[in-house]
Design a protein around this ligand. Structure first.
Ligand code: DWN
Ligand code: SAH
Length: 393
């Protein structure tokens, strides 16, 4: 059953080097399954078109995320402490933001990363990494070569893999009997609560909740036993899973499942009104930008995020409303945003050319960015944010 339709979209991370370049478009819409309670994309982009040697996202672009993943590594080290020669597997390790800490501790590990450019960066960071897509077949190969895993983990990757049943089958196969599988992804409950619909794009195939993850796990003889909310990427949930056993489930799981049920995430009722809220915030934002332009004001964007591909394309915001987007990622600079063709410039362009308004596209890094941009705001610069509704600060 369809809950949201966002029209034709280009690949979110396919920043283009010239505006005349032909782009690939697909239909971006989201559906809810009343049987398995999953919320997911209807049309998926083939994974090789998104995850390859030109992958635009390098995880280590944010200080707050560096800290988040250092803490995750500490937690893993605690979990396996005392075990003989433990083995950690991370799916989608990207540039090694987390596994480099595991490597530095001398713990046996393996990163599975299909995007060759970020995988090469992980290797440079001392991480043992293979350039593959994780699935049941890869899991079998890893088990044969390295033995069972004590921890399998992934951040912002489980929601990226269309054949999630193959991933869970593989995890069950690779996990040691007393091992732990944990992963975190943007939390459906928060997406609906904050109306952060720009989390919806090609790479995010699934929008998980405890309700859908517990069913998914059960189908593969696994059990969701704990859930921990994470204050990153605008509200994420970390799910802890182990092989099915008589052991108990934490109170946190019970509380979160109850909250999800109270929000009606198990019926279509929970999704009613979502489309209207999305449409309202898009039209408010567009009107605000038009108004600033009419009065002769200038707006630039902050952070050429994947998410912003959804917002900018759906709201039809292009270079006539936003002069450029500033980004710190070297490979994005000099390119144009997918579909909307807004130029991407370096951070120094933002620092030297004062623009009175800045659209905070990397809103999930708000605290870090506002702390960094005190001088901009002292000079009268204002940030425009848009979740749960339009706000100028
Ligand atoms: O799930 C995903 C998450 C983890 O990362 C992937 N599918 C792709 C990616 O999503 P995103 O591109 O929306 O992620 P971010 O973390 O919101 O991207 C932030 C962007 O902003 C980067 O291009 C770097 C840039 N940035 C900046 O220019 N100055 C970020 C910060 C913190 C800054 O100070
Ligand atoms: N874990 C990092 C990166 C998230 S971006 C973080 O949280 O910052 C998603 C990553 O998953 C990309 O690096 C992509 O190449 C990787 N990925 C996509 N499909 C995958 C698969 N089937 N197996 C392993 N990694 C995958």
């Amino acid at each position: 059953m369809e809950i949201l339709s966002l029209g034709r979209m280009p690949i979110a991370n396919a920043f283009i080097s010239a505006v005349e370049k032909k782009e690939y478009f697909y239909d971006l819409s989201v559906a809810f399954c009343p049987e398995c309670l999953m919320v997911q994309l209807r049309d998926c982009v083939p994974p090789e078109m998104m995850f390859n040697e030109d992958y635009a996202y390098f995880s280590s672009i944010s200080k707050a995320m560096e800290e988040h993943f250092r803490e995750m590594a500490d937690e893993i080290a605690d979990t396996v402490s005392g075990k003989p020669s433990p083995f950690i597997v991370e799916l989608g390790c990207n540039d090694g933001i987390m596994l480099k800490h595991i490597s530095r501790r001398g713990i046996r590990h393996l990163g599975i990363e299909p995007s060759a450019n970020v995988a090469a960066e992980a290797a440079r960071n001392g991480v043992n990494v293979i350039g593959k897509f994780f699935n049941a077949e890869t899991a079998r190969e890893i088990r044969n070569e390295y033995g069972p895993a004590d921890v399998i983990c992934g951040a912002n990757v489980m929601c990226h893999i269309e054949d999630i049943n193959s991933v869970f089958e593989g995890a069950e196969l690779l996990l040691r009997d007393d091992g732990v599988l944990f992963f975190e992804d943007p939390y459906l409950y928060d997406i609906l609560r904050y109306n952060s619909f720009d989390q919806i794009y090609d790479e995010h195939v699934y929008y998980y909740s405890g309700l859908s993850v517990s069913r998914l796990a059960r189908r593969h003889r696994l059990m969701l036993f704990d859930m921990k909310p994470q204050d990153v990427h605008g509200g994420s949930m970390r799910y802890y899973i182990r092989k099915d056993s008589a052991e108990s489930v934490s109170d946190a799981v019970k509380v979160h499942l109850k909250n999800e049920q109270n929000a009606n995430l198990h019926t279509m009722e929970g999704y009613r009104g979502f489309q209207e809220k999305v449409d309202r915030v898009c039209s408010d934002l567009k009107n605000c930008l038009l108004d600033i332009r009419k009065k002769g004001g200038r707006v630039v964007g902050y952070g050429a995020t994947s998410k912003s591909t959804t917002l900018l394309n759906y709201a039809n915001i292009g270079p006539s409303l936003i002069d450029y987007i500033s980004d710190t990622t070297p490979t994005k600079i000099g390119k144009f945003t997918p579909g909307t063709h807004i130029p991407i410039r370096s951070y120094s362009a933002f620092q030297t050319g004062f623009s009175p308004y800045t659209l905070l596209l990397a809103w999930n890094h708000r605290s870090e960015i506002l702390a960094k941009e005190k001088e901009y705001r002292r000079k009268g610069g204002r940030f425009i944010t848009f979740f749960p509704e339009l706000y100028i600060e």
